[in-house]
Design a protein around this ligand. Structure first.
Ligand SMILES: Nc1nc2c(ncn2[C@@H]2O[C@H](COP(=O)(O)OP(=O)(O)O)[C@@H](O)[C@H]2O)c(=O)[nH]1
Ligand SMILES: [Mg+2]
Length: 211
């Protein structure tokens, strides 16, 4: 696969050019930080590209730690764009190589954050474009539906697809979210690598920010 370099022409939404900083990491429900701004959560399978997307959104290469080894993010990491918006990089689900006990601890933390945090305005549920919606994703979507958590499907790594493959995937994904009541009807296709879809996602998130 040939890798196209990041476009020099990408112009972010002004809100996302503001200084973004790590404010807290929470390894348990008890250690969640106090609310300082509306929150947007990034969830999805391990290795789907959550940390890379957070970095691409705020234009910082190494704010959220990214890794080719799945399962590295073991806590909820909170990144603040001043008092405007907080981006929450969540631990991935569906990672097999940890103990059952540890896994259920994470699941519990993820669930209680998503279901109980009143400052959470939207969950961005990331789907690897090379795989599409998998069983574990669908289960998670149903959990969000049943708990009335407002979420939006974000395809990641679209640089790995041809234009034709992407249009087929967009169509099938849009169709399958029809059955999910809490899913935003619009699917956003992104590549953090090539900065594709990043401005579109920024635009989706702006209405939740305190300006
Ligand atoms: N080709 C491609 N690879 C990506 C993209 N975003 C992330 N990756 C790679 O996917 C792997 C996992 O990314 P990471 O952001 O750490 O995923 P996370 O576990 O969901 O936080 C890393 O090797 C990234 O370089 C993308 O847009 N395109
Ligand atoms: Mg990560």
């Amino acid at each position: 696969m040939s890798i196209t370099p990041v476009a020099d022409t990408f112009t972010p939404h002004p809100l996302f050019t503001k200084h973004c900083e790590f404010i807290a990491g929470a390894g348990s429900v008890e250690s969640l930080p106090p609310v300082t701004a509306p929150e947007i959560a990034f969830i999805g399978r391990s290795n789907v590209g959550k940390s890379s997307l957070v970095n691409a959104l705020v234009g910082q290469k190494a704010l959220a730690r990214t890794s080719p080894n799945p399962g590295l993010t073991k806590q909820l990491n909170f990144f603040a764009l001043g008092y405007h918006l907080v981006l929450v990089d969540m631990p991935g689900y569906g990672y097999a190589k940890v103990s059952k006990a540890r896994k259920s601890e994470w699941d519990e933390m993820i669930r209680s954050y998503l279901l109980g945090r009143t400052s959470l305005k939207r969950a961005c549920l990331l789907i690897d474009a090379r795989r599409g919606i998998m069983e574990k994703d669908d289960e998670f979507m149903t959990l969000l539906d049943n708990s009335s958590v407002n979420y939006q499907i974000i395809l990641t790594k679209i640089d790995a697809l041809t234009a034709k493959e992407l249009s087929v995937l967009l169509e099938s994904t849009t169709k399958s979210i029809g059955a999910h009541v809490a899913a935003h009807p619009e699917v956003i296709a992104t590549s953090s690598l090539r900065k594709e879809g990043i401005y579109e996602l920024q635009e989706q998130l702006i209405p939740f920010a305190i300006i």
